[in-house]
Design a protein around this ligand. Structure first.
Ligand code: PEP
Length: 252
């Protein structure tokens, strides 16, 4: 037993209006009320964060943002600060999702600042890393993950690492229906844990939760969760249905 509590997080991406978010939470809460050995996180768009946080008050469901700026405030049109998230009770933030890296030019240097600012503000980062199809096929997965981890975690120490979450999300598996096999996910997450051990020491690496993300569904979660280094999942498409997400929370 690793002693690491499993985490299932649902990334809504740019889906659901505020009223749809309310209906979703009302449906989800009774379905996951007895799932007390799993940490549950939902990640709505900014417009529904406050509402979802209010509606989940008193439940075990944590609420995360999908991005944040590293500066405390300023002339950054369209951005949201950690203080704004904190004031409405947001506990976690996804950082470095491949869609943000690809479409919004987020780089490892920005992410290092975001990770360290989030930890400083008491908001737990969920740092996403992952390789493309071409990188895997040309044998450069380790190189890519190593540089994302070194870059994104450049400003923290081992004690801080243990307090965050890492998500391994191969780009070729996101939204494609092509899930990594449990063996590939395990092997790659074990490589990530080994890289973190070199960077931060064995103890910190053994305590950090590392999730798998990429076409996770009710039908494939249980086999992924049998792997020793996989501590949970970051779920995109399948989390948009409260019943499917609840099934994933219960490992299918
Ligand atoms: C994601 O966007 O983080 C994700 C894993 O998406 P999907 O589950 O749809 O592949």
């Amino acid at each position: 037993m690793s002693g690491r509590i499993p985490v299932i997080a649902g990334n809504w991406k740019m889906f659901k209006t505020n009223s749809e978010a309310g209906a979703y939470v009302a449906e989800l809460l009774p379905l996951v009320a007895d799932a007390d050995s799993v940490e549950i996180i939902i990640c709505p768009p900014f417009t529904s964060l406050a509402e979802v946080r209010r509606e989940t008050e008193g439940s075990r469901v944590r609420v995360a943002a999908q991005n944040v700026h590293f500066e405390p405030e300023g002339a950054f049109t369209g951005e949201i600060s950690l203080g704004m998230l904190r004031e409405i009770g947001i506990s976690d933030v996804i950082l470095g999702h491949s869609e943000r890296r690809q479409y919004f030019c987020e780089n490892d240097a920005d992410l290092a600042r975001k990770v360290s600012a989030a930890l400083g503000a008491g908001i737990r980062p969920i740092l996403c890393v992952g390789e493309s199809d071409q990188e895997r096929e040309s044998g450069r997965t380790g190189e890519k993950l190593g540089s994302q981890l070194r870059g994104g975690l450049a400003s923290i120490d081992g004690g801080q690492l243990a307090g965050m979450i890492v998500a391994y999300e191969p780009i070729w598996a996101i939204g494609t229906g092509k899930t990594a096999t449990p063996q590939i996910a395990q092997e790659t997450i074990s490589f990530i844990r080994g890289t973190l051990a070199q960077q931060f020491g064995a103890e910190a690496a053994a305590s950090v939760r590392i999730l798998y993300g990429g076409s996770v569904k009710p039908g494939n979660i249980s086999e992924l969760m049998t792997e020793p280094d996989i501590d949970g999942a970051l779920v995109g498409g399948a989390c948009l249905s409260a019943t499917d997400f609840a099934q994933i929370v219960k490992f299918g």
